[in-house]
Design a protein around this ligand. Sequence first.
Ligand code: 7TS
Length: 417
Amino acid sequence: MIAQERDAKAATIAADFPILQTKTRRGRRLVYLDSAATSQKPQCVIDALVDYYSNYNANIHRSVYEIAERATEAFEGARARIARFLNAAEPAEIVFTRNTTESINLVSYAWGQTNLKAGDAILTTQLEHHSNLVPWQLLAEKTGAELRFIPVDARGLHVLDDLDALLDGTKLVALSHASNTLGTIAPLERIVPAAHAAGALVLVDGAQSAPNMPVDVRALDVDFFAASGHKMCGPTGIGILYGKRALLEAMPPFLFGGDMIRTVSYERTTFNEIPWKFEAGTSNVADAIAFAAAVDYLEGICMQWVRDHERALMRYAFSALAELEPLGMTIYGPQDPDRVVDVISFNLGDVHPHDVASILDAEGVCIRAGHHCTMPLMEKMGWPATARASFYIYNTERDVDALMAALRKTAAIFHLG
Ligand code: 7TS
């Protein structure tokens, strides 16, 4: 697809998102460049929520009346659609959680506390989001296991020279598929086979990959995969954990109570099958159904198109931002559209990124500034904070141009260059 056609398609996609038709309080067009934090929601996802609450709201897995059966069917149907989206072998391998963070914690408690002991190692990387670091730190403390790190170089690329040594004694490799700070895509094709050969399982934090590229959990051969609905056009409060059947079956439950049981007497309880064993209490029915609507919407667009569009937009943005180098623009990360997802971290001269973000906000341009929940990475790199723009299916070259104009204004205000 030629660049103009692709950009025109993104503009058509933007028309599906009500919020992108709104104006800021200052009357500016909303230029939303913070989709790595959370994506916007298309009308069909909002409609799925309203339809559920308006027409068939009922608790699931328990009642025979019509709307309860409809709700149960829609909820389990949502699971099946998300399983297909990730190419899981079966819907039972998809556990609904609140978000990526909860999915990782589930594995850390249910798998980690039963399978790890002193002398074992957990291997992660230096560019993880806190959600894929803190649970492993605590697990290591509790079990006596050692926490190791795959290093990243100054550009934020994984350094695999010592991979074999790092994998020696490792029982679990937990890493992000794509970094939320630098966009770096992990070389899973090298890491996963090496981990398996060393007898380790692999958990992939897919918070930034599932929204932005085709993901096939079976082709990747990962053991666990975590993602959040809200970053991929779905609602907040719903996420998934994919796990291979045998692993999920062998894991004890994480939370206990209703729905996750098979039989309960005063003395003892037997647990339900997967995936319900891990879904204690009333599920987030509405958001699961709307998450599936989001997945249908993305499939309608085609995930390869999403990846191609973002790659092209990143190429455009990298070269546009490079024009600001005389004004003190520093871009962090690999700066290679083939090796990153939709995220660009940068700083403009010595202007604090929060000031950059505030001036951009006045222009209607939404970006994030700060440490992006990757404090150890920022400290290692020696960056106190960065500004971060992230792109999605509804962003166009016009949005990059708006970012550029707002950055030039910022540079003028601070007399840069
Ligand atoms: N892992 C990665 C790689 C992430 O980018 C995020 C959220 C999470 C885990 C946690 O996801 P949650 O849905 O459980 O909160 N990242 C960001 C971000 O970059 N800005 O805001 C949230």
